[in-house]
Design a protein around this ligand. Structure first.
Ligand code: PMP
Ligand code: GLN
Length: 393
């Protein structure tokens, strides 16, 4: 499962790296005609004005290579956004790098900052591209588990995971798949550890605007003294519901941004030239969009969680993101994968087995992730199907 058949001549750096479970489960949904509550993408596109801005750019001659660091108006818009939202004071020429989604930013940051044999401390469950890219960079992952039911960061576990071989601490908050938003106290522990061990912190904040219940996302770079050692990553995909555009960005101190760019320029060089000005428009003019989106997602979270609670599973209410995690062990399957493979036939629904995001096999074994970034009718139909189905093994 989740494997890509590799030629026997494949390089060692690919050994054991599987196919992404997200694509695999989406393909299963297409094959079986099941409702896709797996892969995290909304089924409604973002603001019309942003699409219009992209059309204007396509028609207006913005179709050749963008500059290496990204088009100036997008870098300016990222700076204005960071100032307005978080009070950060950045320079568009020195502190911003536009990337092909957060995915390329993560890849470039790890290739740029991890030497073969270095250890990378990463929150578990982890986003799947982290483990693939840590391995391709020659690094060794040292997971720190966020444990059910609360999925909080344990300071002692974090300290225990760091050694004198650690070079990078890879954070993700708001956190996929648990929905945890690290609070200031947790982030201060990370800052202390980073300072003590002189680590670079790479922080993936793509869900920065999708926080619920009036909660606050604190960017790691805003902690005292942390900007200088932090590579911050975000993306327009989740904020503006354009996951297929793959416009992301890195912000940080000049030396770190240039280092990440040194790797990034050899991956894609640049991409999305006409989409970059459209996302600049979005950042400058469409903050109401993501504010409304967060409120809408909060209602959908509650709807889906209420539905799932009527089944025989533990439901862990997320503070953010598109996803809710459940524990399905009472259904009697060997693991979440077996449950998720039976689900299309039993209920006509697809979900994601989270076990692929864990080194701690027991902690991950029966965790299943469900996406609620879908139209209300889809969620209603999904819940109806699940309640009507016999889900026992
Ligand atoms: N990081 C996390 C935690 C994600 O959930 C995703 C998916 N949006 C990404 C990175 C990838 O972002 P992008 O689509 O911008 O490459
Ligand atoms: N971020 C999306 C998720 O967690 C998936 C993106 C992908 O398929 N790589 O579902």
């Amino acid at each position: 499962m989740a494997s890509i058949d590799q030629d026997h001549r494949a390089a060692d750096r690919l050994r054991g790296i599987s196919g992404t479970i997200f694509s695999e489960m989406s393909a299963l949904a297409v094959r079986t005609g099941a409702l896709n509550l797996g892969q995290g993408f909304p089924d409604r596109d973002g603001p019309e004005s942003v699409v219009e801005a992209a059309v204007q750019a396509l028609r207006g001659g913005r179709n050749q290579y963008a500059p290496g660091p990204g088009v100036p108006e997008l870098r300016d818009a990222v700076v204005a956004h960071q100032t307005r939202q978080y009070g950060l004071d950045l320079d568009a020429d020195r502190h911003v790098l536009v990337t092909t989604g957060a995915t390329e930013a993560i890849a470039a940051a790890l290739l740029a900052l991890v030497n073969p044999g270095d250890e990378v401390v990463v929150l578990e469950p982890y986003y799947d591209s982290y483990t693939a890219m840590i391995q391709m960079a020659g690094g060794i992952r040292r997971p720190v588990t966020l444990r059910a039911p609360d999925f909080r960061l344990d300071a002692d576990e974090l300290r225990a995971a760091v050694s004198d071989r650690t070079s990078v601490l890879l954070l993700n908050s708001p956190h996929n798949p648990t929905g945890t938003v690290l609070d200031r106290t947790e982030l201060e522990v990370v800052a202390e550890v980073a300072r003590e061990h002189d680590l670079v912190v790479v922080t993936d904040e793509v869900y920065e605007h999708l926080v619920f219940d009036g909660g606050e996302h604190v960017p790691f770079a805003t902690l005292p003294g942390m900007f200088e050692r932090t590579v911050s990553i975000s993306s327009s995909g989740k904020t503006f519901s354009f996951t297929g555009w793959k416009i992301g960005w890195v912000t940080g101190p000049e030396a770190l941004v240039r280092t990440v760019q040194a790797a990034k320029q050899w991956l894609t060089f640049t991409s999305g030239a006409p989409l970059q000005p459209a996302i600049a428009h979005a950042l400058a003019n469409e903050s109401a969009y993501y504010e409304a989106l967060a409120k809408e997602l909060e209602v959908k979270r509650d709807f889906l969680c209420d539905g799932l609670r009527r089944l025989d599973m533990d439901v862990y209410l997320p503070q953010s993101t598109y996803f809710v995690t459940t524990d399905v062990s009472r259904y009697g399957y060997a693991d979440g994968l077996e449950f998720c493979l039976a689900l299309p036939e039993r209920a006509g629904v697809v979900a994601i087995p989270s076990q692929f995001f864990y080194d701690d096999v027991e902690e991950g074994r029966h965790k299943v992730r469900w996406a609620f970034c879908k139209e209300q009718e889809v969620l209603e139909e999904g819940v109806r199907r699940l309640l009507a189905a016999d889900l026992r093994a």
